[in-house]
Design a protein around this ligand. Structure first.
Ligand code: DX5
Ligand code: ZN
Length: 223
């Protein structure tokens, strides 16, 4: 699997209504969404605990039957211990934090050997240069535009410059994702700065109609 070069708005299920989870995913698929972002948090690397592989397997069928992608963002220590379980559960892409991976080349190789695309991300205060070498091997760079851990935070403005810096590291066919505080006020600047995959949690799921919110963001992103 490779990431498309056109812009995609990617719902983050962190803000989903878990009582209506599968029906919300179906509504978003019907609206045209084809990638879903799963935020995995361990209570160590970030203070919060969220999902494990069973959440991925609980909706992988819906996404895959429409040709979609499950994009897992691992905000966890020792991600290499968990990556095989996410692959088995149906993840198509795994993104790891440079801050958690002392052997990042090896971790990217592990993700590839399990048949997934590999993403690398970095916290807002980590210099962009920290992912320069890994960009030779990864399929996706993810710019955190908030501190990882919670949905609904404000977009950190310096992320626009950081996205521009990250574009200089992209090889043909790589995706540039932005995650955190992406919504109607910020999505156009992210697109202009080079982002192709726009993760949005609260800007989609905290709206009266997630499907309509996805369509409006997609129109704003020029996708
Ligand atoms: C934050 C997560 C995000 C989160 C974004 O740690 O990585 O994916 O869902 O939420 P919003 O779009 O509400 O900022
Ligand atoms: Zn995320």
């Amino acid at each position: 699997m490779s990431w498309p070069s056109e812009t995609l708005v990617v719902p983050s299920i962190l803000s989903a209504d878990f009582g209506a989870f599968r029906s919300q995913v179906t509504e978003l698929l019907d609206a045209g969404a084809r990638a879903f972002h799963v935020d995995v948090m361990d209570g160590h690397f970030v203070p919060v605990i969220t999902f494990g592989p069973r959440v991925v397997s609980s909706f992988a069928d819906l996404v895959h039957e429409r040709g979609g992608t499950i994009d897992v963002h691992l905000m966890i220590e020792h991600p290499e211990r968990q990556i095989p379980e996410f692959a088995k559960a149906g993840a198509d892409s795994c993104t790891v934090h440079v801050e958690t991976c002392p052997h990042l080349h090896q971790t990217i190789k592990q993700i590839h050997e399990l048949g997934m695309t590999a993403g690398v991300t970095l916290n807002p205060a980590t210099p962009v240069a920290a992912v320069r070498e890994a960009a030779r091997y990864a399929d996706l760079l993810l710019c955190m535009s908030v501190n990882p851990g919670w949905g609904g935070q404000s977009f950190i403005e310096a992320s626009v410059d950081r996205l521009r810096e990250l574009t200089a590291l992209l090889r043909p066919g790589m995706g540039l994702e932005v995650d955190g505080g992406v919504g109607p006020q910020t999505i156009e600047r992210c697109r202009s700065a080079g982002a192709t995959l726009m993760v949005a949690g609260s800007a989609i799921y905290d709206q009266p109609s997630p499907a309509d919110a996805w369509k409006a963001l997609t129109a704003l992103a020029g996708a």
